[in-house]
Design a protein around this ligand. Structure first.
Ligand code: AMP
Ligand code: GLY
Length: 426
């Protein structure tokens, strides 16, 4: 089989890693990929086509006899890559443009959850600043309130307003200053949820689904969950906060009604479904859906999958998902993100990367690249999140220690990482 993976982050490096280990896979192309996928060698190679150049990707898939395309990132899904590929008779993993609105439109996803009785924070959708302002001023509006641009903002379009003043400032920035452009044509204002966050991922053919191990991301830049929101600074799995009882509730109250509701509404959901949860006293609520796997959660969740990844993906396309093995290693995994100094604000790129060969010899340790570039034999930084260093072990404590041991073997000017990934689960 020839596989095409679309995207360029740590998640896509991990997907390429899992694909290359799958049985019967001849070639893995990554478009556009990164320094890590460039260095994998063997059956893996990069293709210099941007993830949103859909027509070029389709031509490439035809010309190179691609059997299965795996969409890693959200932008091509929002642009309709799945519809385009399917209409051209090509097999692809992901939801259609209409189904991907579970992620690309928070207004759509909130209305969907309300319609189908899926537990989530109470909310209102606004299309102009005056209506939003009136709601913010209502005496019955209880703070904190969470104010969100409805469209895609790479995880950055969310404000937690502690009072009216902060709420008014946020809606001004969204509607008037247009800091997120058209992504804030609609704005969702919702009640604040208390509890602990976790991420659950399902692979689905629209009816059947299989679950990966639950993970926990670390979204803030600083230790102790302080500072700005980022794309994610590290993750671990399995997350003990998602007990068997919580997982059962997630399946009964969220995953099954979501798949049934999407089918009923005429947008059958296929591919990866990411459910971002808030768990309060053992009760799960949906914070957000994403139409893809998480980054950096994929970097812990995929190494813990024992069964053949591509075989499972192919089964989801064939409608035989219930018939293939989908087993997990009985281990824990931790991934630590190494970022460029200054991220998530301004940062510099082009820094030379030094790596001790010892990391390549460590068993059950994977250095997934995110923002790196490999050119003329030189590896340099090329993004905000640069690496996602994963280690597996029999227990969480040891997987954390091993991941940090490996992190210390990688260096570049300005490298920054949190030192408390996984600590809250210990
Ligand atoms: P989202 O892009 O909707 O996932 O929001 C980004 C982050 O903001 C989440 O991961 C949470 O940490 C926080 N957040 C979003 N919505 C809420 C909410 N209703 N209550 C508490 N925190 C929230
Ligand atoms: N780790 C958060 C996300 O992938 O959206």
């Amino acid at each position: 089989m020839n596989i095409l993976i679309i995207g360029s982050g740590g998640r896509e490096h991990a997907i390429a890693w899992a694909a290359a280990r799958s049985e019967g896979v001849a070639t893995v192309f990554v478009a556009p990929g990164n320094g890590g996928t460039a260095l994998m060698g063997g059956k893996v190679c990069n293709v210099p086509i941007h993830a949103t150049a859909l027509d070029e990707l389709l031509v490439f898939a035809h010309d190179n006899h691609i059997d299965l395309t795996v969409v890693g990132s959200e932008q091509p899904l929002e642009l309709g890559i799945v519809d385009l590929f399917r209409n051209a008779g090509r097999q692809v993993i992901g939801p259609t443009m209409a189904a991907a609105r579970l992620e690309s439109s928070k207004a759509f996803s909130k209305e969907f959850m309300a319609r189908h009785g899926i537990p989530t924070a109470g909310y209102k959708v606004f299309r102009d600043i005056h209506a939003a302002g009136s709601y913010i001023e209502l005496p019955q509006t209880v703070y904190p309130q969470v104010i969100k641009a409805s469209g895609l903002c790479a995880g950055k379009g969310v404000f937690i307003a502690l009072d009216k003043k902060e709420a008014l400032k946020a809606v001004k920035e969204l509607f008037e200053d247009r800091i997120f452009g058209n992504a804030a044509d609609e704005v969702v204002i919702e009640d604040f949820l208390f509890g602990q966050e976790a991420s659950v991922f399902a692979l689905t053919d629209g009816k059947d689904y299989r679950l990966f191990l639950p993970a926990q991301d670390h979204k803030r830049i600083g230790n102790g969950d302080t500072g700005k929101n980022t794309g994610g600074m590290g993750a671990y799995a399995p997350a003990p906060i998602v007990t068997l009882d919580v997982m059962q509730k997630v399946e009964e109250r969220i995953i099954r009604p979501t798949l049934a509701g999407m089918a009923e509404d005429g947008y059958p959901y296929t591919g990866f479904l990411y459910v971002g949860l808030m768990i309060d006293n053992g009760e799960p609520y949906v914070v957000e859906y994403n139409a893809r796997l998480g980054d950096p959660e994929t970097q812990v969740v995929l190494p813990l999958l024992k069964s053949d990844f591509i075989r499972a993906l192919q089964a989801s396309v064939d409608g035989t998902l219930g018939e293939v093995p989908f087993e997990m290693h009985r281990k824990s995994a931790t991934t630590v993100v190494i970022a460029s100094g200054g991220y998530p604000d301004h940062y510099e790129t082009g820094k030379t990367i030094a790596m001790d060969n010892e990391v390549f010899e460590m068993e059950d340790c994977m250095v997934f690249h995110a923002g790196t570039s490999y050119d003329s034999g030189k590896l340099t930084t090329a993004g905000g999140r640069v690496f996602s260093v994963t280690a597996l072990s029999e227990n969480l404590r040891d997987s954390i220690d091993r991941a940090y041991y490996a992190v210390e073997k990688i260096g570049f000017d300005g490298a920054y990482y949190r030192t408390d990934i996984g600590a809250k689960a210990l």
